[in-house]
Design a protein around this ligand. Structure first.
Ligand SMILES: [Zn+2]
Length: 127
């Protein structure tokens, strides 16, 4: 989510640079497009913090619900994924809860899928 905020800020900076280019200043249509883009970016920038806050809240609620469900099925939850009580795992929470399948997750190389550490070969969920 930090990446999104950074991208929105950089987009605004780049737009300002673009607006200062002489040929843009001299072209009425380009100025119109630039003004529209600026207003659209402002809407995105204004909504982004709320979206990030809501996403964090949903992640937290999801984590708590997952932990509750996992406990009911005898799993432990670590890094948002399921482990058997003997430590075997990790297993896909989605596949277990929705398909009654104990699907082993594969580890992802750090940084290859954002914050995700695991992916499921069956449902393609990332955790
Ligand atoms: Zn799965």
């Amino acid at each position: 989510m930090k990446e999104l905020q950074t991208a929105a800020l950089k987009a605004l900076e780049n737009l300002k640079k673009l607006e200062n280019l002489q040929f843009i200043k001299e072209d009425e249509e380009a100025r119109g497009i630039s003004a529209a883009l600026s207003s659209e970016l402002k809407i995105i920038g204004d909504k982004l913090p709320l979206l990030i806050e809501e996403n964090e809240k949903l992640k937290s609620e999801n984590h708590d619900l997952r932990a509750q469900l996992a406990g009911e099925h005898g799993f432990d939850v670590r890094d948002n994924v399921y482990y058997a009580s003997d430590g075997d795992g990790p297993f896909c929470p989605y596949c277990y809860e929705n398909r009654a399948t104990k699907m082993r997750l594969r580890s992802l190389e750090p940084g290859t899928a954002g914050e995700a550490k695991y992916s499921c070969r069956l449902c393609e969920s990332r955790y």
